[in-house]
Structures are given as C-alpha cells and as structure tokens.
Design a protein around this ligand. Sequence first.
Ligand code: NOJ
Length: 542
Amino acid sequence: MSNQPLLWWRHGVVYQIYPRSFMDSNGDGIGDLRGITKKMDYLSNTLGIDAIWLSPFYKSPMDDFGYDVADYCDVDPIFGTLADFDALITAAHAQNLKVIVDFVPNHSSDQHQWFIESRSSRDNPKRDWYTWRDAKPDGSPPNNWLAVFGGSAWEWDEKTQQYYLHSFLPSQPDLNWRNPEVKAAMFEAMRFWMRRGVDGFRVDVAHYLMKDPDLRDNPLVDAVILAENTKSLGGYDSQQHLYDKGHSDNHELYRQFRGVLDEFEAISPRYSVGEIHIFDWEEWATYYGAGDELHMPFNFGLIYAKWKANVVRDVVESVERVLTKPGQWPNYVFSNHDEHRISSRYGADAARSIMMVLLTLRGTPTMYYGDELGMKDVSIPPEKVQDPWELRVPGANLGRDPERTPMQWDATPNAGFSPAGVETWLPIGEDYSTVNVEAELQDARSMLNMTRALLRLRRGSEALLNGSYRTAVGTPEEVYAYVREASSERYLILINFAADERTVSLPELASGQVVISTLMDRDDKTGGSLKLRPNEGCVVRF
Ligand code: NOJ
C-alpha cells in the first residue's frame, strides 16, 4: 500500500539520541539536554532528519542508565532540569523537529517513591502496584521466570517476607499494570510530557506489560533449538517466554494507551513506537491493532538479519506482505543503543549500503546517532565497563557500552564531546580524528555526506516518501534490487552484497541515471545494465 496522507511519523526520519553520549555542555564527561539543544542546527540543517528520539533522561539511580526511572515526571540532574527540557522542545520545534521520548512502563527503579512505599509493608496502599508473591513452601521463588539480565526474575524482600517480580535488574521492579491505579498514574505521566510538547513515545519492552495472571511456569526450550540460536541471551534463552510477556491483554491496554495519545491529536499528531522483539510477522503486526494500538511496533527483522541479499529481501517482503490493513505503515531500524554498531557488525562498506537501504525502503526509518559517521564499536577495558548486563553475565558479549560511546564531533581531544582533559563516561573511539562530523563534512565522499545526500533525496521525493515498493527480479544472486514508484517518479535501488563486481541487467535500467552511489563518485547514465563495484549500492532514477 502506498500513498498514505503525508504525516511526520510516517514520512520523516527518526534519529535516536542516547543523551549520555551526544554532547556534554557542562564538562562533567556525560552528555546532557543542553548539549542536545546546542546541536539542534546540526540535526535539522546539516544532517536533515525530522524527529529525535531521546533515550531516558528521567530521574534515576542509573543502574541501567536511565531505564530505571525514579520519577517519571522529572529530569535527572545529570541531564539538567525541566526548564532545560522545555528549552530543548522549543528549540526543536523552532527547527521543525519533532521530539519523541522514551517511556519505560514495564518497570520503575526500586528508588521510585511508589516502590519504596510498596515494599514498606504488606498492607501499604501501593503494595499491589508491583507484583509480590509468597515463596514456595521450600522457600524458592513463586515460578521459574528468569530476568533478562541474569538470574531469577524474583527477588526476596527480607522485611516483608515475600518475593517481588523484576524482568530486568532486581533494582527494576515490574509495575503491576493489572492495577487500575498504576495505569492511571502512568497515563498521567504521558500527559505530563505531552503537555510539555512531546510529540510521541518510544515504549520500552512494550509487550512485557501484561503477563500471565496465573504466573504459570515457562516451558523450556528444546536443546537443539537453543544451540542454533544466533544471539544467545545466556540462561534467559533456555525458556520459551510464553507466560512472562506478550499476553493478549496487552492489546486492550494499547487501545487505552492510544486513547491517551489521541487526546492530544487535535493539537498535533502524536506517535508511538513499541520495542517489541517478536519475529513471527503475523503476531508482530497485531500490535498495530486496527490502527488503534501502537502506531508501530519496531521492526527488528533487519537488526538481526545476516547481511546477505536474500535474507534482507526476505525480511522486507515478509513485512510488506503482512502489513495489509489501513494504518499499518512499515518501519525499519538497523541499530540502537542495545546492539553493536553496524560498521562493526558488517564492515564500513556494508554500513554505507545499510544507510542506503534504510533511507530508501518504504516506511519510517530510525537511525542511531553516530551511524551517519560510520562510528564503530569502541573496545572497553574491563575496569571501564559500565553496562549492568555485561557485569552480570560476563563473557557473553552482551555488553552494550561499545555502541554507546560519545558522539565524535571534531578532531580536538575528547572529539568535541567534552572539554579536553575531562574523563568521559565511556572512552572516545580511537578513530575520532578522522571519523567525526567536522572532518567528514570536508570530505565529499564521506559517510556523512552520503547520508546527507540520501536524506535530501528522500525528503524531496514522492516515490521514496510515499511510493510503492516492489522487488526487482532477475538480478545476480548477491544483488538486492527494488523499485520505489509514485506517479511522478521512479527509483531503482541496487545493492551489491558481493566483495567483487556484479553487472545487473534490468528493463528499468534501459535509460536511467545514477543519482547516488554509496561510493559518492558517479552520476552515469545506464543503458540497460549497470556495473556495481564490490559492496556498492546505487540509487538510479528511471
Ligand atoms: C530495553 C532497553 O532498550 C534497554 O536498554 C534496557 O536495558 C531494557 N529495556 C530494560 O529497560
């Protein structure tokens, strides 16, 4: 389906900012809100994205770097103040940028006042705001559920002699969304931010909210399937997570959640995107509801896909096939604060092609800060590791620090992120003297200039913004090609996944013209065929 009414969240490009690592305005080695505001012109004019998504900046003890919220309606002093946030929104809107904030509904911090009250006694009015259960007669936890970050999902509370549920760290107790007071309080937090001008929410682990009300044990995964799993989350993957997340009651909850967003729709269109790791596309698509639940569930198909032509094409075709109802708009993402950098996963050449694919497929692209430069994972010495996941499940390559390092702005010490001499919270990438905004702006063929060119092309193109998608058939095995078409224009995008040349002959190439190559060095006309160099991607207008 193409030709949806133009709307910022459907046609704009979302750029994820990890606030700790974008720009440090006060020289403490940690990024902050004022830093982001300072860089608004880069985002809007130099780069040319349409919306920013801010990972959490709320009051937090930072056990999970902000995904452990101690106050849903306040800014942590590390990041600034509510006034700084208001200034950020004003600056963003003045540049026509939308602002999406993270919403972390599944769990709070154990330092949240609600949990402090809840754990104070069994008869506290907030007791039921979290999930508390007695031990089994032998003293063990109420069921076999595991925490994503390692160990049991249940933590014993000495004082009140019960266990509480936590899907992540013990200091991230799960809120009980079956309690209407919890729902009301959390919906009120959403209104709080929308009144301040927030345009939408990225919902953390959106399908975890509703669990099996009977708290049944999860069945175990077959050992063979477990051995074949490519991204092992350690012990957590040994279970089929049938009962600790993904309950069908989530759908009613998201209809109500959407109702809260819709209260503000008359002022300006709002958006929600849920972090939902579901790879059965039919089930995944149920989170759109009938256009009345989440605006989109994040599509993580390409984050975990092997970088091979047929694999990428299959993901895109599966998503295109399943999204048949009105309002079901696709989206794509290749990287975020939980996954290794694309340049490190697939190499620098592939990272360029990935950017081309991301910005030319049909649907909303979400890109991760620094990917426009080709920033790589940074190796973190053991004594500098910050990520609680790495610390709790060491040696399993689960650490997320490497992809969260400071943005590389220029070639000065600390890459222009923090003043020289300051120790930044995570080390700066060693390649910062060449991989940085300032240097790449000077280099016509840089990854940054390629990304800018793609963003410019996309912004002015009816076909790329709103046109149809079809796979072009008849290409060599290692080439993925597709057509984006609107009444006024047509593009053929060709990506060579091979490490050597491939010649493509397609009818669409009869009289076309290369408008962007990932190598940023050609604008030749095509006469029936096109020679793609190793790992090259091209956008051809025809
Ligand atoms: C998903 C977030 O993306 C991740 O960074 C966080 O650690 C967990 N949820 C827990 O909130």
